[in-house]
Design a protein around this ligand. Structure first.
Ligand code: DIR
Ligand code: MN
Ligand code: MN
Ligand code: MN
Length: 313
């Protein structure tokens, strides 16, 4: 099979440097080689980790409380084009982040490509400790990595072309086709949004109650069979025991096996059109000789391999 790969060395959607080093760390750990040699993918990419330096303005003042609005808008716009050009060829697209703001680019890119190719709306499975559905006004942090779902769904609107006004109807997703898994740190206005829009969400509580097997059955039943699925996986969905090196770790998360299982179940549907792996930050180490960073990178590689079919016998 063909796989488009986009390596995004970008950290401007939040304040901690280092998440831009993740694609190189994942690749150095052998991820692309494994996909090529063991999973038999033919990879389509230019083998570079993009830093998008040329798109980042010297001055980027806060706008509606958002930090780095011009940079994040310009970079995600470029990513959207990159992902679109892969997806329109019918390839599954793997994007290695980067912080989660980059999903504004990846999901808008696949949404547009699938509309054009198949006349269909995509579904999104968002695996995360957080919902990332703050509007700029509701956000406490101003970090755009906490806002991608609000821009992608049209909950947040902005007419300025250089600050996400480039997102058009063709780039957008329906909140009815969005499913969250792994939630445990959801801001108050975000909880209200989930309720008001009846968004399907499986928290850690739901996983404890039903088990991950039943949760995946319910999540996929909500989406319905034969719907193209974009899997956006924030490594902080995993418990910090498995993935400590991430910007906003939250205790009480998924085991590595539960994370892998989610990715495997999505792969099994045969409907995966794109996967993002985000928020691995190899420079945030919990101490003892880089163990945390190395383990987090390994966990990220495992999630991607599972999403792309490694567990099939
Ligand atoms: C918080 C934290 N809800 C915010 N969000 C994220 O900044 O909006 N942490 N995404 O990973
Ligand atoms: Mn996230
Ligand atoms: Mn998160
Ligand atoms: Mn919070």
């Amino acid at each position: 099979d063909q796989l488009g790969v986009v390596a995004v060395g970008f950290s401007g959607g939040q304040c901690k440097p280092g998440v831009d080093a993740a694609p190189s760390a994942l690749i150095k750990n052998g991820l692309l080689k494994q996909l090529r040699d063991e999973l038999d993918y033919k990879l389509f990419h230019d083998d570079t980790v993009h830093s998008y330096k040329e798109l980042i303005p010297a001055s980027d003042p806060d706008y509606r409380g958002m930090k780095n609005p011009l940079a994040v808008s310009a970079v995600t716009r470029k990513i959207s084009e990159q992902v679109y050009s892969q997806a329109k060829e019918g390839r599954c697209v793997l994007t290695l982040g980067g912080d989660h703001s980059i999903a504004i680019g990846t999901i808008s890119g696949t949404a547009k490509a699938i509309r054009e190719r198949l006349g269909r709306e995509i579904a999104v499975i968002w695996v995360d400790a957080h919902t990332d559905i703050n509007t700029p006004e509701a956000s406490d942090s101003g970090n755009i990595h906490g806002m991608p779902v609000s821009f992608l769904s049209g909950l947040a609107k902005e007419s300025r072309e250089d600050i996400f006004g480039w997102l058009k109807e063709e780039h957008m997703i329906s909140l009815k086709k969005l499913v969250y898994i792994g939630l445990r740190d959801v801001d108050r206005p975000e909880k209200k949004t989930l309720r008001d829009h009846g968004i399907k969400a499986f928290s850690m509580h739901d996983i404890d109650r039903h088990g991950i097997g039943k949760v995946m059955d319910m999540a996929l039943a909500h989406i319905g069979t034969d719907t193209p699925i974009h899997l956006s996986f924030d490594v902080d969905a995993l418990d910090p025991m498995w993935a400590p090196s991430t910007g906003t770790p939250v205790r009480g998360g998924l085991t590595l096996r539960e994370g892998d299982f989610i990715a495997e179940c999505v792969h099994e549907t045969g409907c995966l059109i794109a996967m993002d792996l985000v928020e691995v930050n190899p420079t945030l180490d919990s101490g003892l000789n880089d163990i945390g960073a190395h383990e987090t990178v390994r966990a990220g590689c495992s999630l991607v391999r599972c999403g792309l079919g490694e567990s099939l016998l």
